[in-house]
Every structure is written in structure tokens, then in C-alpha cells.
Design a protein around this ligand. Sequence first.
Ligand SMILES: Cc1cc2nc3c(=O)[nH]c(=O)nc-3n(C[C@H](O)[C@H](O)[C@H](O)COP(=O)(O)O)c2cc1C
Length: 334
Amino acid sequence: MKLDTTWLGLSLPHPFVVGASPLVDDLDTVRRLEDGGAAAVVMHSLFEEQILAEELATLGPLDDAREAYGEALDFLPMPDEFSLGPEPYLDHIRKLKECLSIPVIASLNGTTRGGWLRYAGLIQEAGADALELNFYDIPQDPSQSSADIETQFCDIVWELRGMLDLPISVKLSPYFTSLPHFALKLEESGVAGLVLFNRPFEPDYDIDNLTGTRTLHLSKSNELLNRLRWSGILSAERSLDIAISGGVHSPTDGIKAILSGACAVQVVSAVLEHGAHLFGSLREGLSNWLEEMEYSSLDKARGALNLARCPNPEIYKRANYIHLLQSWRGILEP
Ligand SMILES: Cc1cc2nc3c(=O)[nH]c(=O)nc-3n(C[C@H](O)[C@H](O)[C@H](O)COP(=O)(O)O)c2cc1C
């Protein structure tokens, strides 16, 4: 069965890719992922704050810089709290390119225009095959509108598009007010693909000690549903590539991602839980299903349930929500 696909212009033998995570930090692990059948790897992100912290550290002791910049720098971790600083990150791209034959996608994570963006050029020079931009942001300033934020992100893409030959994808949060509009603007700015979605890490509370806590939970399959909705809408409306990231744990999840219109499917939590051989079972499950359903290739099935091709497109609409709520008949357990 032909499972080949293209993501950001890269030819992949099948859609299942290691998503951005520290899974690619160790060369032995990453070799095992390739042997296990991963079609490409996305490196963990190099963060704007990390580059800024490193640059400040070269100007003088970071403590002085913190004093000089005051509260504005309170958010900065110390440089040694990050895994792989900016220069080691570039070195790691070179090493990955030497030891792997699958594409290596680097990830830059930030929100503002600034000097840190020059690392995109260095990432290209180091040999990455594509760049994933992660615009993870938690807006807290009431004077900043959603249009301001979207324009800021599109400006970053414009700037990078002007300096790079590499294909660029953008990993989005699910919380944009009008994703179809923003996706259009990103496509016009030169983005080749969208990764749906970032998985915002939500703060929790410790009610005994009255403090905030931060815990990283791995995903569950039910997180896939919001991705299917937006992949189904955006793949029908836009010609840029869509990758799903979030909630893919089984071959069935992978098949659903393809039916929604995804070109690539990024997996992290399930690989952490089940190991590198997961890629073999995702691929085999997809291949068997395509045969059973008498599809001649993956391409024929891609997007078969997106907004344009779904036999009951009302599942994407508000009417479906009203119908579901109004028709629910439950009983209250005694
Ligand atoms: C331990 C860990 C580290 C991660 N690091 C990054 C990162 O550096 N950059 C990024 O864009 N996403 C990062 N992610 C998010 C994943 O790429 C992915 O979007 C998210 O885990 C949802 O996919 P999943 O359901 O397959 O886990 C990380 C996730 C985990 C679990």
C-alpha cells in the first residue's frame, strides 16, 4: 500500500513523525526512533528566552542583567536550566543530519520580532530540512487585541521568509478567535504548513500549600477531537499542509487524522509511553485499514471526512452542537 506523503515539500514514506520533544536530544534514542520507523523528527524548541538569556550572559553576569532589566526579565530561566543552549542546538542539528537519513525539522519557539530570529538562518546553515515556528503565547495585556497578536506573528513569518530558503511551518495554539482567517494570513505570509496544535501546559493549584504548580501530563486520545475539527475545516479551505499534533495514540487515531486532511501526524506522548515500535504499528494499522476500505493509496483517503468531502458536514457546524445538546436524554443516578 502506498503510504507516502509530503509535508512542507519533504517526501516522507508515511505520515508518522516524532513531534517536538526531548526525544531527539539523545543520538541513540533518535537512531532507535528511525529504526522503529519514524518518517521524520522534530527537535525540541530553541526558545526566544533561551537565546536572549545566552546573549545577556555574554554581555555580563546574568544577575547584573536581571538587575538592569528589572521585572522584565523575571521570566527568564538561567541559561543552564535549558537543555541544549543555542550553540549546542546548532551542533545537534549537524549531528542528527550525520546520523539519520530521515528529515530533521528544527523548532524555534518565541513571540516577538527581535535578534533571536537570526537563529533561523543559523539553523538553516546547520542543515535542518525545515523550520517549525512555535508561537506559544499566553496573552495577559488587555490592550493587546487578537488582531495585534496575529499581525505580530505574520510579521515574524514575513521576516523569516525573506531570509530563509527552508520551508516554514507554524505550530498554533487552539485559542485563536478565527483560525480560518489567521490560517489565510499565515499562508499569504509564506507559511507552508500548520501544526495543530500546541498543547498549552495549564497551571494547577496546590490547595494545601496555596501555591501554583506545574505538571506536565501526557496527552490522551480525546485531545485529538479538537484537532480533527480544525484540520477538517482548514484542509478544506487552505492549500497549505496540515499536520496534527496532539492525542494520537493508536492506529485508529492516525487514520482519523488522515481522514481529517492531515499530511503528517506528529506523535510524542504515545512514543514516550510505548517506545519506538509504535511507529511500526501506526503504519501497519493505516496500511491494513486502507486495504480493507479498498483505497488504492493514502492520498485517496486524505481529507475524505473534511468539511468539503464529509457526507454529513453538519458535524462541523453550530447546528450540530445545538442538536447534540437538545437531544441529550440522560438520567441522574440515584
Ligand atoms: C516532554 C515534552 C516536551 C515537549 N517539548 C516541546 C518543545 O520543545 N516544543 C514544542 O513545540 N512542543 C513540545 N512538546 C509538545 C509536543 O510536541 C506535542 O505538541 C504535544 O505533546 C502533543 O502531542 P502528543 O499528544 O503526541 O503528546 C513537548 C511535549 C512533551 C511531552
